[in-house]
Design a protein around this ligand. Structure first.
Ligand SMILES: Nc1ncnc2c1ncn2[C@@H]1O[C@H](COP(=O)(O)OP(=O)(O)OP(=O)(O)O)[C@@H](O)[C@H]1O
Ligand SMILES: CC(=O)C(=O)O
Ligand SMILES: [K+]
Ligand SMILES: [Mg+2]
Length: 612
C-alpha cells in the first residue's frame, strides 16, 4: 500500500502515517485510500465523485485527520504559577518599542497603513485560526499570521499541554521577532456526551446499514471492530430503542436498535467519517433529548486543569464550550480574576447548547465576548434555524456591546480543496455583512490541506464585503439602545455615539480613542463607524484584548496629561512613521480623565483634527 503513495503529492509525513493507521483498521480498501490521497495532492479530481466519494461529509478528507498523532494524555494540575512562556520577551520588546518609538502597533497593520490603501483598506473583521497539526510549526504559523490571523485558537479537546505550550511559544516568538500582535485563545472541551478516542486511530468510516456498538466499557489500546466508546456513564440507561443518535453535528447518524447491558447496538443511517471525541446528540420523536446534558457540568474537571494551564501560560481569552446559563461564566470570571489579578483574561461564552438560547442576553451580559459555535449548535437546534439564530446572537451582542465570533464550517470544503465553494463565500460574506467582530476557522486551518489559502479567502472576502457594505448602507444605521447605567458611563456612551456620527459625516480617516481599559474603544466599535478606530492604551494586556473587536487597531502608548497632548503626540509619532499623511482628518475621544484647567472636574470632549 505505502508503495503507491509517493506517486502523489502527499505533503507531510503524518498524512502517510495516518493513512496506514486507517488502512490497518480496515476502514477503507487500499484502492480507495489510494484515490483519496490522489485527491489530497491537488484539485484535479475535484467534483469527480465517482472516484472520490464525499459521502464522508465535512470530514471527507479525514485521512488527513490527525488526532492519532497527538493523543490526549492526562494533564497534571499546575498549582505553581510560572511566568508565562515567552510573555517576558514579548513584554520586553513592547516596552522597548514604546520607549524607543513612543508607541507599539502590530507590524502588519503598520505596513498596511504605510501602503497605498492607507486607512481605508484596514480590515475591520478579525480573523481567528484554530491551530492543529496542519499549521503548528513556527513557519506555518508565520504564514498564517502574515495572511492576517489576529487570534490563535487552541482547542483543548485535542493535543497535550506540551503541544499547546509549544504553539503558545510560537505565538510569543512571532510577536517578539516579527512585531506581530497574535492573541491566544484556549477553548475548553466541555463535558457533553461525546465519543472517546478510537483506540489510537485518527478516524473510522461508518457505512450505510452497518451495525456499530456504542458502549460505556473502557478499553486500553485498540477497539474491537465496529465499537465506539462513549464518555458518559449513564448513556446506556438514557437511550431508548428507536432514538436517533447524531454524531458530530449530523456528519454521521445512527438508529438505536437494541440495548445490551453497557452496550447500545445501532444501525448507521447516514454514513460518514467518525472522529475521536466527536459529540453525540440523541433525538427522540423529532425532538432533541436534553435531560442528560443538563446534568453534566459545563466546566469538567479536565476543563479546570486546562483553564489552569491557560492562566499559567498567560493566554488572552478562554472560550467556554456548551454554556447553558450565565452562572458558569460568572463563576469562571471570578476564578480567573483571583488567579490572575494582574492580567485580565477575557471569558468567551460559546453558544452551542440549545439551553443557552433561553437566557442569551443574560449570558452575553456577564461574558467578555460570545462565539456562535455553529457546529454543535446545528446538532441541537434544527439546521434551518442556525442562520436566524446567528443573526439574532450578533444583534444581541451589538446591543449589549460584546464582541461576537462566527465559527464553524465557514470554508469547510477547503479542508480538502484549494478553493472554496460559492456557497461558502456567500456564508462568509453574510457574516461580514452582519458585522460580526470575528470569523473563525476550525478544521480548515487545524487539519486541512490549505490553511493559509483559507485565511486568505477570509481576508479577501472580508475586505471586499466591508467595502461594499460601507458604500451601500452609508449613514443608514439604526440607532442602538442606550446601555450605560451610571452617569459617567452615559457620558462616555454619548461621546462615542456622537464621535462616530461626526466621523461618518465628515468622512474622517480614523477615530482615535485613548482608553485605559478598552471600554471607550468598545463603545466606538459598537457603532461600526465607516473609518478604522485607532485605540491607544498603556497596557499590553488591554491592547491584546481589544484586538477581538471589530475595526479596532490597538496601539500601546504612554499617556500624556490630557486628550490634546495625547492627540498631538500620537499624531506626530504616526506621521513620523508614515502611518498618517497631511490632509488626513481624525476625530479623537478619550476616557483618560483630564482635570480641567480650572480644577472643577473631569472634561470629556470630541476633537476634530486635520493634519497639516
Ligand atoms: N490540537 C489539535 N491536535 C490535533 N488535531 C486537532 C487539533 N485541533 C484541532 N484538530 C483537528 O481539527 C478538527 C476541527 O477542529 P475543531 O477545533 O473544530 O474541533 P472539533 O473537535 O470539531 O470540536 P469543537 O470545535 O466543537 O470543540 C478536529 O476534529 C481535529 O481533527
Ligand atoms: C466551535 C465549536 O465548538 C462548534 O462550532 O461547535
Ligand atoms: K472545544
Ligand atoms: Mg463545539
Amino acid at each position: 500500500m505505502a508503495n503507491t503513495l509517493p506517486v502523489y503529492d502527499v505533503r507531510c509525513a503524518w498524512q502517510v502515517t495516518d493513512v496506514s493507521a486507517f488502512a490497518d483498521r480496515g476502514g477503507l480498501s487500499n484502492g480507495r485510500v489510494g484515490l483519496r490521497l490522489c485527491n489530497l495532492g491537488g484539485s484535479k479530481l475535484r467534483g469527480n465523485s465517482s472516484l472520490v466519494s464525499r459521502s464522508g461529509g465535512r470530514n471527507g478528507a479525514c485521512v488527513g485527520g490527525s488526532r492519532a498523532l497527538t493523543p490526549i494524555t492526562k494533564s497534571v494540575l499546575k498549582t505553581e504559577y510560572e511566568t508565562p512562556a515567552g510573555v517576558e520577551a514579548d513584554v520586553t520588546r513592547l516596552e522597548r518599542a514604546v520607549t524607543e518609538r513612543g508607541f507599539e502597533v502590530d507590524s502588519r497593520i503598520e505596513e498596511e497603513l504605510k501602503g497605498e490603501g492607507g486607512f481605508r483598506n484596514v480590515r475591520r473583521t478579525k480573523l481567528i485560526a484554530t491551530i492543529g497539526p496542519s499549521c503548528c510549526s513556527y513557519e506555518q504559523m508565520e504564514a498564517l499570521a502574515s495572511s492576517g490571523v489576529n487570534i490563535a485558537r487552541l482547542n483543548m479537546c485535542h493535543g497535550t499541554h506540551e503541544w499547546h505550550r509549544q504553539v503558545i511559544k510560537n505565538c510569543r516568538r512571532l510577536n517578539a521577532e516579527k512585531g506581530y500582535g497574535i492573541v491566544v485563545m484556549i477553548d475548553t472541551e466541555g463535558s457533553e456526551i461525546h465519543m472517546g478516542d478510537l483506540g489510537g486511530v485518527s478516524s473510522a468510516k461508518a457505512e450505510d446499514g452497518e451495525e456499530w456498538c456504542f458502549t460505556i466499557r473502557k478499553f486500553n489500546g485498540p477497539l474491537p471492530a465496529y465499537t465506539l466508546p462513549v464518555n458518559y456513564e449513564g448513556f446506556a440507561e438514557d437511550v431508548q430503542v428507536g432514538d436517533e443518535l447524531v454524531v458530530d453535528g449530523g456528519m454521521v447518524r445512527f438508529e438505536v436498535l437494541e440495548k445490551v447491558g453497557p452496550d447500545v447496538k445501532c444501525k448507521c443511517t447516514d454514513p460518514g467519517i467518525l472522529l475521536p471525541c466527536a459529540n453525540l446528540n440523541l433525538w427522540r420523536d423529532g425532538y432533541l433529548v436534553r435531560e442528560k446534558n443538563v446534568t453534566l457540568p459545563t466546566i469538567s474537571s479536565k476543563d479546570w486543569v486546562d483553564i489552569d494551564f491557560g492562566i499559567s501560560e498567560g493566554v488572552d481569552f478562554i472560550a467556554v464550550s456548551f454554556v447553558k446559563s450565565p452562572d458558569v461564566i460568572k463563576h469562571l470570571k471570578s476564578y480567573v480574576a483571583a488567579r490572575s489579578p494582574d492580567r485580565s483574561i477575557g471569558v468567551i461564552a460559546k453558544i452551542e447548547d440549545a439551553n443557552s438560547l433561553r437566557c442569551l442576553d443574560d449570558i452575553i451580559r456577564v461574558s467578555d465576548g460570545v462565539m456562535v459555535a455553529r457546529g454543535d449548535l446545528g446538532a441541537q437546534i434544527p439546521l434551518e434555524q442556525v442562520p436566524s439564530v446567528q443573526e439574532a446572537i450578533i444583534d444581541a451582542c451589538r446591543k449589549l456591546n460584546r464582541p461576537v465570533i462566527v465559527a464553524s464550517q465557514l470554508l469547510e470544503s477547503m479542508i480538502e480543496y484549494p478553493t472554496p465553494t460559492r456557497a461558502e463565500v456567500a456564508d462568509v460574506s453574510n457574516a461580514v455583512r452582519q458585522q460580526a467582530d470575528a470569523l473563525m476557522l476550525s478544521g480548515e486551518s487545524a487539519m486541512g490541506l490549505h490553511p493559509q489559502k483559507a485565511v486568505e479567502v477570509l481576508r479577501g472576502v472580508s475586505v471586499r464585503m466591508e467595502h461594499w457594505s460601507r458604500e451601500e448602507s452609508h449613514h443608514e444605521k439604526p440607532p442602538l439602545p442606550e446601555i450605560s447605567t451610571s452617569d459617567t458611563g452615559r457620558t462616555s456612551e454619548q461621546i462615542c455615539n456622537s464621535a462616530t456620527q461626526i466621523a461618518n459625516k465628515l468622512g474622517a480617516d480614523a477615530i482615535l480613542v485613548y482608553t485605559r481599559r478598552g471600554y471607550m474603544a468598545s463603545l466606538i466599535s459598537r457603532n461600526r463607524p465607516d473609518c478604522p478606530i485607532f485605540a491607544f492604551t498603556e497596557s499590553r494586556n488591554v491592547m491584546r484584548c481589544m484586538d477581538l473587536q471589530w475595526g479596532v487597531v490597538p496601539f500601546q502608548f504612554a499617556f500624556r496629561k490630557d486628550l490634546e497632548s495625547n492627540l498631538l503626540q500620537s499624531l506626530a509619532l504616526l506621521k513620523a512613521h508614515c502611518m498618517v499623511r497631511s490632509g488626513n482628518l481624525v476625530v479623537a475621544v478619550s476616557d483618560v480623565s483630564s482635570a480641567s484647567q480650572s480644577g472643577t472636574g473631569v472634561l470629556q470632549s470630541i476633537q476634530v483634527h486635520v493634519l497639516s
